[in-house]
Write a protein that binds this ligand. Structure first.
Ligand code: GDP
Ligand code: MN
Length: 378
């Protein structure tokens, strides 16, 4: 889950990170009021779940409340990479002398969290990463050791930070690491971390992504979840308790077990088809779950056929077959369905399906070929 800059800043502030004073506004008038309260030059910032807002015109400086009102009027409603701006953060403008980058993410290949520090922060850090990766100091963290003072000194030295920044960066990195761990983040970064004209460090931007699988541990973040972010069919599927991910093709895929479903996606793709979704109905799937799964897959109007791939272990083939028959009996389904059943009680299951409108397949490959042929028939 992504959260907005102002929400991330609230979290960082709780961890003692200095942030510019400011507040979120939903109308130009409100933005002017906030600018009035703050006094002096403010920065008006689009709050959308995407980076590169600066380059997209979503960040503007305003010297007076009137300018803040105009800036907000321009930014609110703006489309930034497909997201419509509904809120702006109005905050005291930082007197920027230099911009640094600090961030933590998970390096899956290394099976470690990685801390990154760069003196070349600001809007082009992605380019720096590609064109001058040596400008980003990196360190993999041992989870038992965490982030120690000597790590911090080493990073600041490797990143060639000036003395003023080296002196002050410790608390920022420690807070970043603590937030990363406490909130089960997949990414936490401050870019830019600003060195001001009077030699102080301040977090001018903040970004936090939280691992969705850990959200149950962070009920307090539920208020930050936004409908706009989630695909409507995915949202509905999650409400129904299904593990569903929407894709861009036209063949609905339903299977039991995440590994089997992922393999099915690959095999269908290899046979020339385009999967419309990932849907894992889990073990011991009963008729009700099968019906729910089919109904969910068909919410996607691109779906022209469904491939059921069931490997019977705990899940019994005859149970799934009964579920399918019940589903096609009670639902009005007008797309072809190919079924591959194997494992526990597969023979009994296939016998039950005989004479129905479902197309049986003996193997995953055969099933994939059959559904691709059926979907591409017309
Ligand atoms: P992003 O482009 O979405 O990452 O948004 P940021 O919040 O990082 O802002 C992008 C750039 O706008 C920064 O790197 C700064 O150069 C500039 N900027 C942001 N806030 C301020 C501010 O308070 N004062 C000044 N002068 N520039 C700012
Ligand atoms: Mn930024």
């Amino acid at each position: 889950m992504k959260i907005h800059e102002y929400q991330a800043k609230e979290i960082f502030a709780k961890y003692g990170v200095p942030i510019p004073s400011g507040r979120v506004a939903m109308t130009p008038d409100e933005a002017a009021t906030v600018a009035q309260e703050i006094g002096g030059t403010v920065v008006v910032k689009a709050q959308v779940h995407v980076g590169g807002r600066g380059k997209a015109g979503g960040i503007k400086l305003a010297k007076t409340p009137e300018e803040a009102r105009d800036a907000a009027a321009q930014i609110l409603g703006m489309d930034i990479k497909g997201l419509i701006v509904q809120e702006v953060l109005v905050e005291q403008a930082a007197d920027i002398k230099e911009e640094y980058y600090i961030g933590i993410t998970t390096d899956r290949a290394a099976r470690r969290n990685i801390v990154m520090v760069s003196a070349a922060g600001g809007i082009d850090i992605e380019e720096v990463a590609v064109e001058a990766p040596e400008k980003i100091a990196k360190l993999h963290l041992d989870p038992a050791l965490g982030l120690q003072d000597f790590h911090i000194r080493g990073l600041a030295y490797a990143a060639k930070l000036p003395a003023a920044a080296t002196k002050g960066i410790g608390p920022f990195l420690k807070a970043l690491y603590k937030v990363y761990v406490d909130y089960d983040c997949s990414l936490a970064e401050i870019n830019p971390l600003v060195l001001t004209g009077d030699g102080k460090l301040i977090a001018a931007d903040a970004k936090i992504n939280i691992d969705d699988n850990a959200l149950f541990r962070h009920k307090e973040l539920a208020q930050f979840q936004e409908a706009q972010e989630e695909d409507p069919i995915e949202a509905e599927a999650h409400k129904r308790g299904l593990t569903y991910v929407r894709l861009e093709g036209d063949i609905g895929i339903i299977g039991n077990g995440a590994g089997l479903v992922m393999t099915t996606l690959d095999v269908v793709q290899r046979e020339g088809g385009r999967p419309a979704n990932f849907l894992d109905i889990g073990g011991g799937a009963k008729a009700e779950v099968v019906t729910k799964a089919i109904d969910t897959v068909l919410l996607d109007k691109n779906v022209k056929g469904i491939f059921f791939n069931i490997f019977g272990g705990i899940t019994r083939g005859d149970e799934v077959a009964k579920g399918m028959l019940e589903a096609i009996g009670t639902m009005n389904i007008n797309v072809p369905i190919v079924v591959r059943l194997t494992g526990t009680r597969a023979k009994e299951g296939l016998a039950l399906l005989e004479g129905s409108s479902l197309t049986p397949a003996a193997t995953m490959q055969e099933g994939a070929q059959k559904i691709v042929a059926l979907v591409n028939k017309d």
